[in-house]
Design a protein around this ligand. Structure first.
Ligand code: CTP
Ligand code: MG
Length: 225
């Protein structure tokens, strides 16, 4: 099968709060984006790679990643993925992998790809949730100045999974998932679910964590040092 990998890297990284967009922040001597693309190539899956970056950084990204297709993204993640999809040529299987998960090990790419090749239309890597989860709402008893919230329920975590990327799809499934505007969807499998496509979960890996906050960047920098 011809495999395409779309790397959405067009976000601004508001929660990280660095000066440059998140994918262009340094992680031990190279950018998060370069690390991520090395990880994709290092997974040994022989894929066509399309990287999606902020419009003003297309030229810079092409210099950082010679030989990689780089296209401009959009305001929402789903728009950026669609831009990547348009540049993906005739791939029959497409993996979508966030630039913000640069330490994802090769085994995760292989498990996701193998599951698509085995016949699943949509596949995500997932891990059990370790924290105790509470649903919250506003407090009835208002105590001035403390900003606390009220617990309304303890959620059963047993049937929950925290999912990551790469998320793998048949070309047809990803096209159907993105046929309508994805709006504020945070992942592609969510769009596939809305179309009635069954999404399979395979084991993820803790190293596939997403760099979202300054704390995550600290951990990532320690891991690569
Ligand atoms: N992304 C994208 N285009 C957007 C928004 C996000 O390609 N318009 C990408 C990000 O670059 C990232 C991935 O989607 O690799 C996951 O998004 P997230 O972790 O939310 O990154 P940001 O949107 O950059 O961060 P924040 O939400 O804190 O601003
Ligand atoms: Mg975001």
């Amino acid at each position: 099968a011809r495999v395409g990998v779309i790397v959405p890297a067009a976000g601004s990284g508001v929660r990280l709060g660095e000066d440059s967009p998140k994918a262009f922040v340094d992680l031990g001597g190279s950018t998060i984006l370069e690390r991520c693309v090395s990880g994709v190539v290092g997974a040994g899956i022989d894929a066509f790679v399309v990287v999606v970056v902020p419009a003003e950084l297309v030229g810079h990204a092409r210099e950082l990643l010679p030989g990689v297709t780089v296209v401009p993204g959009g305001a929402h993640r789903s728009e950026s993925v669609r831009a990547g999809l348009d540049a993906c040529g005739d791939a029959d299987v497409i993996l979508v992998h966030d630039a913000a998960r640069p330490l994802t090990p090769p085994g995760v790419f292989r498990r996701v790809l193998d599951a698509v090749l085995a016949g699943h239309e949509a596949v995500v890597p997932g891990l059990p949730v370790v924290d105790t989860l509470k649903r919250v709402d506003t407090l009835k008893r208002v105590v001035p100045g403390d900003g606390a919230e009220a617990v309304t329920e303890t959620v059963d975590r047993e049937p929950l999974r925290a999912v990551a990327t790469p998320q793998g799809f048949t070309r047809d499934a990803l096209l159907r998932a993105h046929a309508d505007d994805g709006g504020l969807a945070t992942d592609d499998a969510g769009l596939a679910e809305r179309c009635g496509i069954e999404v399979a979960v395979v084991p993820g890996d803790a190293l596939g964590f997403k760099i979202t906050t300054p704390w995550d960047l600290r951990i990532a920098r320690m891991l690569v040092s």
